[in-house]
Design a protein around this ligand. Structure first.
Ligand SMILES: *Cc1c(COP(=O)(O)O)cnc(C)c1O
Length: 382
């Protein structure tokens, strides 16, 4: 009985090391952007979710400072108690307007938005069918909800159909969940077909636009807009922390959906409201997304250019600024990432358990120049 109850941590860490699964943080200094200071060295940054280059934008910084001066650093309470400010409502109206939904609700993060939505929309009598490559927050939300959760093969509508035929009738409600741009692969979900299936089998459909908001669609509304599905009845989730350069998450949809979530989503009710600075920065970012479509066009141009330049590589299919090069094993991916970093390029290795197969994951920004991309291409071919 003298065994230390924390002894297992050591063993578990050793296992993680042996599998080459060990991760640690890397320190970045200074403002975010296409060039950053990584562990004291200037590198071209292909690892950022700041697709439009807004996280270091002077206008967002000034908006955050002004909101902090006006309202303080903390919002001091949950939205339903003392935390609600008019600024939150303005941001929610701006999101709903961008998304062309009736209303929206902001959360402290995209992760919390997914947990809160899923766990309040379905329960033990219900079924969740999720794409097997879905983000962790969708998968953990499914577990938290207590619903029966079944994965379907990645973007495979035939597999989804057969699972619906097999299981749908045994459950009360059914929720289909999917990323819109898959975060570790860069491909898009087959949204129109998913909507048809949801309709046919009386399912709700939740789409996670984390990597698509500000990036995809003519006005930056996301994949729903990209696929011309605007106005369809579905639950749209996203984050304020990627292309919008701030922090926080949102859910956009019908008045009824949002009203319900305000009364049932525990990760919204029992947590402190978004800080004034984050709220104001996100609000400013949405205005820029709408006023400066050139950023989105440049990002698209950069993505097309890189794909062309790397056409001889083992590229994953992608219609987004996330472009992955497949490698045979975690060691090969790590070696390539280290080699790139020595050449002044930050493009991380992504490996199991995050994804089933190892890769170098490149995410492009509107603020990358052709020279930056040429440098990356040279480093990869090397
Ligand atoms: C990043 C991400 C989230 C989480 O958003 P945060 O605001 O960073 O918590 C959720 N879903 C997907 C698909 C993501 O890529």
């Amino acid at each position: 009985m003298s065994e230390n109850p924390y002894q297992w941590l050591n063993k578990s860490l050793a296992t993680i090391h042996r599998a080459n699964w060990y991760r640690s943080v890397k320190t970045i200094d200074g403002l975010p952007g296409a060039i950053v200071q990584l562990e004291g060295k200037s590198v071209i940054n292909f690892a950022s979710n700041d697709y439009l280059g807004l996280a270091g934008d002077e206008r967002l910084i000034q908006a955050a400072i002004a909101a902090t001066k006006a309202y303080g650093t903390g919002s001091t309470g949950s939205r339903l108690l003392s935390g609600h400010r008019e600024l939150h409502r303005e941001l929610e109206r701006a999101i709903a307007s961008l998304k062309q939904t009736e209303d929206a609700l902001v959360f402290s993060s995209g992760y919390l938005a997914n947990l809160g939505a899923i766990a309040s929309l379905v329960g033990q009598k219900d079924l969740i069918l999720g794409d097997i490559y879905n983000h962790s927050s969708l998968k953990k939300g499914a577990i938290l909800s207590g619903a029966k959760a079944i994965d379907y093969n990645h973007c495979d509508v035939e597999d989804l159909r057969s699972k619906l035929e097999l299981h749908r009738a045994s459950y009360r409600r059914c929720l289909i969940t999917t990323d819109s741009v898959f975060s570790m692969d860069g491909d898009l979900c087959p949204l129109p077909k998913l909507l048809n299936l949801a309709n046919e089998f009386e399912c709700m459909l939740l789409i996670d636009e984390a990597h698509a908001t500000g990036v995809m669609g003519k006005t930056g509304a996301g994949c729903v807009e990209h696929f011309n599905c605007t106005g369809g009845e579905l639950i749209q989730i996203g984050t304020l922390s990627k292309a919008l350069g701030s922090l926080g998450g949102y859910i956009a949809g019908s008045n009824e959906l949002i009203d319900f979530l305000r009364n049932r989503a525990a990760s919204w009710i029992y947590t402190t409201a978004l800080s004034p600075a984050d709220t104001a920065a996100a609000l400013r970012a949405i205005a820029i997304v709408r006023q400066e479509p050139a950023r989105r066009k440049q990002l698209q141009h950069n993505s097309n250019y890189l794909k062309q330049q790397l056409s001889e590589c083992n590229l994953f299919p992608s219609e987004s600024p996330i472009i992955c090069i497949g490698l045979d094993n975690p060691q090969a991916a790590l070696k390539k990432a280290q080699q790139l970093q020595q050449a002044g390029i930050f493009a991380p290795a992504i490996r199991p358990p995050t994804v089933p197969t190892s890769r170098i994951r490149i995410s492009l920004m509107a603020t990358h120049t052709i020279e930056h991309i040429d440098c990356l291409v040279a480093g990869i071919r090397h």
